[in-house]
Write a protein that binds this ligand. Structure first.
Ligand code: FAD
Length: 451
């Protein structure tokens, strides 16, 4: 038999159920389709395309070292798979289950087209997440809307065994395209300090993380300057590392278990999106918000010039690295949606332009969580950026690094714009605060009160 192993968000050879099962056939065709619809939409951003190309090149090297290679095609994935079925006479196609509305439609189309060609579609669960959507559900509902009870049930669930990488692959003669350069796929510049993609990089990071840093995670994960999180999110997003492998290998220590809990947040948002694909764009729970329109404020937030140093530091980290610390994502997102009272969709779109780990489930549903239109059980809490800075960047080192024009200020002045003299601020070319926090809070609370 010949089987096609269609890679999507599972760009790895280790612990990959799709490749593992396809490789049982006499011949296997490892395929990746550069999907025009994805590349020309919000997902075709320079940071993510660059990470994707690194990951595909690395995957090809891993397949070559096993006697195979990655076949690259470009176009509509369903049409390309069907074309390859006719070229190779493949009887099976293997693919991972994914959760977005787009992925669900792609799977339906594939099933229909392949059945007309007498080719069987095998859709594998627990490739992209540890627990597949639908595996952990409350009675009488198709998904959990609150994380804590979800997590309790998630912990009781069996996790599948970790699968080895295949030793040898036999790939028949088929035509593919060479991997294009990034500029052939998207315009714009890559952020200067973006991480390099690929399973090899991801596994190296995973090894270092498990060996050294994870123990401090429980105490340090919210400390902005300590930078003590794994930075595995882009590797998880593209499937260069497997969340199942991370969960199975985690020990019982507090740090490791706190890390596993974060991985469960990822599964949580995926199961919400799988059940409610429209929540990528529409409010999961409407609060009847009448979001303001204020292009000037939006622009200042995007550029990192709001006059609140902790907010500006986060936004500048995003521009420079294509990544932002989770605590800074919470602060900057609360600032946009609750302090400026601008629509969460504007913030989510800007994050997706830059985040190398940007994905619909984690990004858009975390945005909704912060905006209070999602699954947060305290939808009206507002994060005060000055108090957050004092708590999570008490020495000011995170701000000093990302907002260098303020770096030599004493910490109290650095973190609280009220303590910085206007003349001093002007001398440094740093903006005055674009909004008064107390008034903004009042505006938000009365808007929500009306809802
Ligand atoms: P670690 O702290 O090391 O956590 C390990 C892994 O757990 C992460 O890699 C991630 O896969 C998962 N994880 C951790 N926190 C969360 C969370 N709150 N929700 C879902 N998964 C989580 N994460 C993304 O992967 N992609 C996004 O597009 C994204 N957008 C976000 C937008 C906003 C407004 C907010 C508040 C959070 C967003 N997150 C997103 C979640 C979180 O901020 C990142 O996963 C985390 O900062 C990645 O860094 P890390 O790998 O060092 O995390």
């Amino acid at each position: 038999t010949t089987a096609i192993s269609l890679f999507t968000r599972d760009l790895r050879v280790h612990d990959n159920p799709v490749l593992h099962h396809a490789a049982r056939a006499a011949n296997v065709v490892p395929l990746f389709v550069l999907d025009e619809a994805v590349l020309s939409g919000a997902f075709g951003s320079p940071n993510r395309v660059s990470f994707l190309l690194d990951s595909l090149a690395d995957l090809n090297r891993s397949l070559e070292s096993r006697g195979g290679r990655l076949v690259i095609r470009r176009g509509d994935p369903v049409a390309e798979v069907c074309q390859l079925v006719s070229e190779t006479g493949a009887e099976e196609v293997h693919v991972a289950r994914d959760v977005s509305g787009y992925a669900q439609k792609r799977e339906d189309r594939l099933r229909l087209e392949l059945s007309a060609r007498h080719c069987v579609l095998h859709v594998h669960e627990a490739v992209i997440t540890t627990q597949p959507p639908g595996a952990v559900v409350p009675s009488g509902n198709d998904h959990f809307a609150v994380f804590t009870p979800y997590f309790r049930r998630w912990c009781e669930q069996q996790t599948r065994a970790v699968l080895p990488a295949p030793d040898v692959l036999r790939v028949p003669e088929v035509q593919g395209r060479p991997l294009p350069g990034r500029r052939a796929l998207c315009d714009g510049e890559v952020s200067p300090r973006v991480l390099r993609g690929g399973e090899s990089e991801g596994r190296e990071r995973m090894r270092e993380w498990s060996a050294a840093t994870v123990c401090e995670y429980v105490h340090a994960h919210d400390d902005l300057a300590a930078d003590a999180t794994s930075r595995l999110s882009p590797y998880l997003h593209f499937g260069c590392v497997s969340s199942t492998e991370l969960v199975v290998n985690a020990g019982p220590s507090e740090g490791e278990q706190a890390f596993v809990r974060q991985l469960a947040w990822r599964d949580f948002h995926h199961q919400v999106l799988a059940a409610r694909p429209a929540s990528s764009e529409r409010d999961y729970r409407t609060r009847h918000d009448q979001w303001r329109e204020d292009p000037g404020a939006l622009h200042a937030w995007q550029r990192g010039s709001t006059g609140y140093p902790i907010v500006d530091a986060g936004m500048r980290q995003l521009q420079a690295e294509g990544w932002m610390h989770n605590r800074a994502r919470l602060i900057t997102a609360s600032f946009l949606t609750k302090t400026l009272y601008l629509d969460w969709r504007l913030g989510a779109a800007h994050f997706l332009d830059l985040l190398v780990d940007g994905d619909i489930a984690n990004n858009n549903l975390n945005w909704q969580w912060v905006a209070g239109t999602g699954t947060d059980t305290r939808p009206n809490r507002v994060l005060n950026p000055v108090r957050q800075a004092g708590r999570y960047d008490p020495g000011g080192d995170y701000v000093r690094f990302h907002v260098p024009e303020l770096a030599d200020l004493p910490t109290e002045q650095l973190l609280d714009p009220d303590r910085l003299q206007p003349t001093e601020r002007r001398r440094r070319g740093y903006p005055a605060p674009i909004v008064d926090l107390a008034e903004a809070r009042e505006r938000f609370m009365s808007a929500r009160g009306r809802g």
